[in-house]
Design a protein around this ligand. Structure first.
Ligand code: ATP
Ligand code: MG
Length: 587
């Protein structure tokens, strides 16, 4: 499939900020020492060739979902469009739950979406855990400068003493301990001399601040856990709110984009970086945080906790179940990177939370697949059609186009013979009004083939149709001079029964029947759609037997399908439906 350039972008408030910053020269004096680091790394270094730096900073504790795709397209897209660099950074400061398996799958997903952290031969792939030494020294600096103290209250006491929106917090008994004493205890914490939960390091800011995040937030805690990269070298770990601004500053990020729930953290982000810059640890200009609305999509959930529950309770077949809103699931479902990039452009970014209808994403997939996917013929619910006056044993070729809007893709030969598979719904013994397909006495065109006239059907003991019968007109073949003299209203598709590939095909519906699954107090599990997956045996045109895993097709009339990347075998692909066609065919 061709990689088309992203659609022309619509502007948004973040683009406007970047444009204004570039115009004012806000970052023009920024240097880059060739690698992330504190002030000394970037002092006397050349001007940064990257006009802006953004980053995508997942925690490696799960598989990426559609919301992450928005963030990836935003951050990498800005870097691409403004001659900048986007860093791929693992925010792996929490030793629990982080695993190499997730690291690998995240890297794979970002590349699959079409983005690269390798710019001009330099790999901008970073791990926050590589900054633990700096973070530790920065904490020592804050203590020495009187900006941090070790608090020995329990977590419960700290919470209790934090105050409320209407009441100021109460200072900790240790708040006015001397820097020397704080440093001594902090060193003991680091040396493993204190139990988990017995104390934390807190920034010393303002216990009466109207922003509760500024009431001496915790910045280091004790965790005697093994980290996936640093092993047991550390038994104290930085809190996310402390680590993240430092990571951005060491990497000289210009625009640090995060979701709205971090808005209240921005004052601490700025406070911390200012303190470290005035202490000479960080180079200026400092990064700036901007918040945007996270992606909310109808009919799915994007909460890691809920997704884990679906997998653990086996409500789905795994993280890569094609119904899952994960990127591994989407890929298997047949969604495309081009479709996701188009979606990200189309929904844009804003500061107001809103719900996007899942159909917007589906439309983007359709739009790309309509362009990219070659056409094939499939009969999903087959019944036999016997052409009684067609010679026994004769086989001839018909020639459907591979893409009606792209004649350059040519036509292919599909075999035509006496017995065909047609859709069961394309025959009615007693038709309703406006039904133009097969019924006794009616003529239809077998698409790309001949005009036939229905003569009747045979049925089993239960009255179910087993075979439809017809006669054909030998001079009516599509593409021959005689074909024009036949005027018929119905046009149905078919595959030759003797040549067809009988194949497992999976049709998906929305995973949740509720528009906002789990909204309010409800349990999202109860909102699951019990009929979200249908497995059928379809009859496909013979060439589909050779489809490669991951290859996309439009099955005429039914939508866009992909050869499943897990269950397909060479010469025996299995197909998943990615999306239906925009218009249902029923007429
Ligand atoms: P957790 O709930 O574990 O914090 P998370 O979904 O925030 O998970 P992260 O790994 O922290 O996952 O996210 C990486 C990046 O993706 C962050 O910058 C975050 O803002 C962004 N992101 C996550 N979910 C969404 C979403 N629904 N819409 C837009 N961006 C998102
Ligand atoms: Mg997060």
């Amino acid at each position: 499939m061709s990689t088309k350039p992203a659609a022309p972008h619509v502007t948004n408030f973040i683009r406007n900020i970047v444009e204004a910053d570039l115009a004012s020269g806000k970052y023009a004096t920024r240097t880059w020492g060739g690698k992330p680091g504190g002030a000394s790394t970037h002092a006397d270094a050349p001007a940064d060739a990257a006009r802006i730096r953004t980053r995508f900073p997942p925690e490696p504790n799960g598989y990426l979902h559609f919301g992450h795709a928005k963030s990836i397209c935003l951050n990498f897209g800005l870097a691409r469009d403004f001659s900048g660099v986007c860093h791929m950074r693992f925010d792996d400061t929490n030793p629990e739950r982080e695993e190499q398996e997730y690291v690998d799958s995240i890297l794979d997903a970002v590349q699959w979406l079409g983005f690269d952290w390798n710019v001009n031969g330099i790999e901008h792939l970073y791990y926050a855990s590589d900054y633990f030494d700096f973070m530790y020294e920065a904490a020592e600096h804050l203590i020495t400068a009187g900006h941090a103290y070790v608090d020995e209250q329990s977590a419960g006491q700290i919470r209790l003493n934090r105050g409320t929106l209407t009441e100021p917090g109460k200072p900790s008994p240790q708040r006015d301990r001397s820097p020397a004493e704080n440093l001594r205890v902090f060193h003991e914490m680091r040396a493993g001399q204190h139990a988990e939960g017995s104390m934390v390091l807190r920034a010393k800011i303002d216990m009466a601040s109207p922003n509760i995040n500024m009431r001496d937030p915790a910045i280091y805690r004790i965790r005697k856990a093994v980290h996936h990269r640093t092993g047991d070298r550390w038994c104290i770990y930085p809190m996310y709110t402390y680590a993240h601004p430092i990571e951005d500053a060491l990497e000289r990020i210009t625009h640090s984009l995060c979701t709205l729930e971090f808005e209240d953290q921005r004052p601490f982000y700025d406070w911390l970086l200012e303190r470290l810059a005035e202490g000479g640890l960080l180079a200026k200009p400092l990064p700036h945080q901007y918040e945007f609305a996270r992606l909310n999509l109808t009919h799915i959930v994007l909460s890691k906790r809920k997704l884990i529950q679906l997998v653990d309770e086996k409500r789905v077949t795994g993280w890569d179940d094609p119904r899952m809103p994960t990127l591994v699931g989407a890929r298997r479902r047949g969604y495309t990177p081009e479709g996701f990039r188009l979606f990200a452009e189309r929904i844009g970014v804003s500061k107001a939370d809103s719900w996007i209808d899942l159909s917007v994403l589906e439309d983007c997939m359709r739009e790309h697949l309509n362009e990219a996917a070659p056409r094939r013929i499939a009969v999903l619910e087959p019944v036999k059609l016997v052409i009684d006056n067609y010679p026994d044993g004769q086989v001839e070729a018909c020639h459907p186009p591979n893409h009606p809007q792209k004649p350059e893709l040519g036509k292919r030969a599909v075999p035509f013979s006496k017995e065909l598979w047609i859709e069961r719904e394309d025959f009615m013994e007693t038709p309703g009004k406006g039904y133009f397909r097969l019924f006794p006495g009616n003529k239809v065109r077998l698409r790309y083939g001949f005009v036939v006239e229905c003569t009747g059907c045979t049925k089993d003991a239960d009255g179910r149709v087993t075979e439809v019968h017809c006669n054909y007109f030998a001079d009516s073949k599509s593409g021959t001079p005689g074909s024009d003299s036949y005027k018929v209203k119905g046009n149905i598709h078919w595959v030759s029964a003797a040549h067809a590939y009988a194949c497992e095909v999976r049709l998906f519906d929305r995973l949740y029947k509720a528009v906002h699954p789990g909204a309010g107090e409800s349990d999202h599990i109860e909102d699951l759609n019990p009929d979200s997956r249908h497995v059928i045996t379809a009859q496909l045109e013979p060439s589909l037997k050779d489809a490669q895993a991951g290859e996309h097709f439009q099955f005429e009339r039914y939508g866009y399908f992909v050869a499943d990347s897990v269950d397909s075998r060479p010469g025996a692909p299995i197909f998943n439906r990615a999306v239906t066609l925009r218009d249902s065919w029923h007429k």
